[in-house]
Design a protein around this ligand. Structure first.
Ligand code: NAD
Length: 516
């Protein structure tokens, strides 16, 4: 079952956007049914080299174009994307199996990012006067220049958003991009690239390559001037080491084992609906989703009853409309991983309060939303990312204990605190060791506030997307220092001894006056 918009003609139009000699192909899967979805060419490492060559050529004139002119492309892209939103949701659903509600949220992400940098990029990128070494005699200017060609490597869970939301700021900053999406979920990012070209992106500036991560992803890292990687912690370590060996920068947006704390004064209705959203959105295949729920002992029983009831009520299904709240897992590997985590916990003594089974009656990769209690150290899902619709509940007594439990992980991507007294909840949020923490929400407010940076600590990664950093990471800073009056040598006729005395005096005065 495929939506009518997903035609062989569309696939045939998108396929040439991949830089590949066309000798090898791979077929992706329609997740709701397991049927073949699209056959697309696969790139070789030589194709990746060609993609970088083309991108490098196109980048030179793009970097020389005024930033306002560059931004006009993204204005048009924004309108086009809104116009094509139904087709984009169809593509995202077909290749990921997610619920349409989540596909629509996914589509909003590049829209928010585009609007944000549309407003802020010119200011962030313009040259800035800095204080010169000596007032009046010298000046300094900080200039931002693009890195060159950025390699963007993106995962399958939010294939459209994560490919585009990192590509767009890189392009706005004056770079070219070589994008390597996951092969299972390449149609929606390809359609995004197509939209950018339709919006007026110069030919060759955005290249798409496709193929096995360890081969084609590695080739991207080996050619790029900067790497924006989103994926697992395991692969992130490999990418970071390889980029480091070449002395090129990288941002690594990796996995999480994200905690949510429900304080004793939390509004239970709000906390339960926040937890349902946080644990099960995208069938739990969301880097920022909640896998550990810490509940104050005074509300543990009440919360658990309501949360389990709300979980049982969720409508799960594979439909290309907005009726289902939860979709499928994206593929066989993910289903295997989630099943193993739950079975392991069950075998070692955890209790399954609801869920805990695949749902082959709905489609080949569906899994029930699952609530566990009694998860202990030694169970795989205790401290490893499950990346599925599975959450473990734990009671706590004091705020300090909640913070300590939340921070008992190597990950540090996202956290959440629910509480009636917002100031108290925010104070606890600041103590949670994570790149984003949401108060009275699970993940979406901090992620959607694109004016603020988002990213991970520890095993959750390096660098940030969104905010000033999400644009400036794609630039080098260059400082231009200009000497208008000779100050670094004694004037003619002055001894070096006198020059040193005068300079020392000058430094003292500047320090006293707080000028330098
Ligand atoms: P993955 O690491 O297996 O793959 C991610 C991408 O890297 C894919 O395009 C893959 O082909 C490529 N790749 C694989 N091996 C490579 C290598 N050796 N060199 C270069 N590229 C390589 O991750 P995944 O399973 O696709 O994604 C799920 C993971 O991503 C989860 O852990 C999730 O938490 C994380 N994630 C993080 C964020 C974030 O913003 N922090 C967002 C989404 C997903």
């Amino acid at each position: 079952m495929l939506p009518r918009t997903l035609t062989p003609e569309l696939v045939a139009r998108l396929a040439p956007r991949i830089t590949a000699d066309g000798t090898e192909t791979a077929t992706s899967t329609t997740v709701f049914t397991g049927a073949p979805l699209a056959t697309l060419p696969r790139s070789t490492p030589d194709d990746v080299a060609v993609a970088f060559e083309h991108a490098r050529r196109a980048q030179l004139s793009w970097a020389a174009t005024d930033v306002r002119e560059r931004l006009a492309v993204f204005d048009r892209f924004h309108s086009l994307l809104l116009r094509e939103r139904d087709l984009v949701c169809d593509l995202i659903q077909a290749e990921t199996g997610k619920a349409r509600r989540t596909a629509f949220i996914e589509l909003c992400d590049p829209l928010l990012v585009t609007s944000h940098y549309r407003r802020t990029a010119a200011k962030l990128l313009r040259p800035r006067r800095r204080k010169g070494m000596f007032p009046l005699a010298t000046s300094a200017t900080e200039v931002r220049t693009p890195k060159g060609v950025v390699g963007v490597i993106s995962p399958w869970n939010f294939p459209f958003a994560l490919a585009l939301a990192d590509t767009i700021p890189a392009l706005i900053a004056g770079n070219a991009v070589v994008l390597k999406p996951d092969s299972q979920t390449a149609l929606s990012p390809l359609f995004g690239a197509d939209l950018l070209y339709r919006a007026g992106l110069p030919d060759g500036l955005l290249q798409v390559v496709l193929g096995d991560g360890p081969v084609i992803g590695t080739a991207v890292v080996d050619h790029a001037d900067y790497v924006a990687f989103t994926g697992s912690t395991r692969t992130g370590r490999v990418v970071g080491a390889r980029a480091g060996a070449r002395l090129v920068g990288c941002s690594l947006e990796l996995g999480g084992k994200n905690p949510m704390i429900v304080l004793d004064d939390a509004n239970l209705d709000l906390a339960v609906s926040g937890a349902v959203n946080g644990c099960y959105t995208n069938a739990g295949q969301l880097c920022m989703h909640i896998e550990r729920l810490y509940l104050h002992e005074s509300l543990y029983a009440d919360f658990t009853d309501r949360f389990v009831a709300a979980t049982r009520k969720l409508s799960v299904g594979g439909r290309y409309d907005f009726t289902a709240e939860l979709g499928s897992l994206t593929g066989r590997n993910q289903l295997k991983n989630v099943t193993e985590h739950v079975d392991d916990a069950r075998a070692k003594g955890a209790n399954v309060l609801t869920g805990g089974q695949p749902r082959p009656d709905l489609g080949p990769f569906f899994y029930e939303p699952t609530v566990l209690v009694g998860v202990t150290p030694g169970m795989t899902c205790y401290d490893n990312e499950t990346f599925g619709p599975v959450v473990a509940l734990y009671p706590f007594r004091t705020d300090d204990e909640a913070v300590q439990l939340a921070n008992a992980t190597d990950y540090g991507l996202n956290g959440s605190v629910f509480g009636g007294d917002t100031a108290r909840a925010e104070a606890i949020a600041r103590r949670v060791r994570a790149g984003t923490v949401n108060v009275n929400d699970a993940y979406s407010i901090a992620y959607g506030s694109v004016d603020a940076p988002m990213g991970g600590l520890g095993s959750s990664g390096l660098g940030r997307r969104h905010g000033a950093e999400g644009l400036l990471k794609y630039t080098e800073s260059q400082s231009i220092g200009t000497q208008r009056v000779q100050v670094m040598e004694p004037p003619r006729g002055m001894s070096y001894r006198t020059y040193a005395r005068v300079t020392a005096l000058l430094l003292r005065v500047l320090h006293r006056l707080r000028i330098r």
